[in-house]
Unconditional design. Sequence first.
Length: 291
Amino acid sequence: MIRYLCCLMVMLLGLQVQAEPLEGKLWSLKEARFLPIATLFDQLPAGGWLLLGEQHDHPQHHAIQTQWLQQLAKRKQLGAVALEMAYQTQQDALDDALGRGKEVSPDELQWQQGWDWDLYESVVRTALDLSPAVVAADLPRDAQRRAYREGAPEGELETEHSNFMRDLLYESHCGQMPTSGLDGMRQVQLARDQAMAEQLRRYSTPERTGVMLTGGIHARNDLGIPRWLDRPLISVLMVSIEADKSSPQDYIPEGLSGFTPVDYLLFTRAIPQQDYCAGLASQHSASSGTE
């Protein structure tokens, strides 16, 4: 009986460990283990960048960004904060608002309607108040259109990257994008990564770590900005937990051979999934006059 109870206790403890929630935990892909966030902060490269890959519509991701900026500022590590959400033509507006985060309006920042201000308000205001510079990182629309027609200014990467991005763009548009437009869109993606990398080079500071707030693909070591950035960096991908995935390895994204797609995964709570494909299908039906 004692042996039975001991075995039962061991099994129950094992189940508790296995069922331990992922939310809030940081997983190192290189070390294949969880690490404290303070350990990550200790590893941040002076003169380099921390790339935080977000899910744009996830409120917790923006709350974490705000908290991390506050913590890095308190540790005197915070360099410039770069925003994918701002075109480079907005740089003067951001410069004028530096130090006035609590009072500045989105109109003063020329904030783009495509980025929900209610989601980004806290992190943008925090960056303006605590960072030595807030960087408008993204390529303006006219330059994006030029890249679509003429190609990315700094060229392309290897064939595997091109094929992977072409497939990714097709899938991310739910198979509703004409294949004839995929190469143009891929060139825009390349041009944006190249332009954002150039902004990070320009705003690097020797003794501090800059923070880039961007979507998950742009933050990836194998696909995005890091391919064009000759600065030390750490990439963190924030991922929403899923009911049928209990192991950190389940969340490691598929990527290019020879690369670790990101350095860390940061697990966040699940949010209701939106059917973006249904929305695209409705738009396509409306534009084509079909049901």
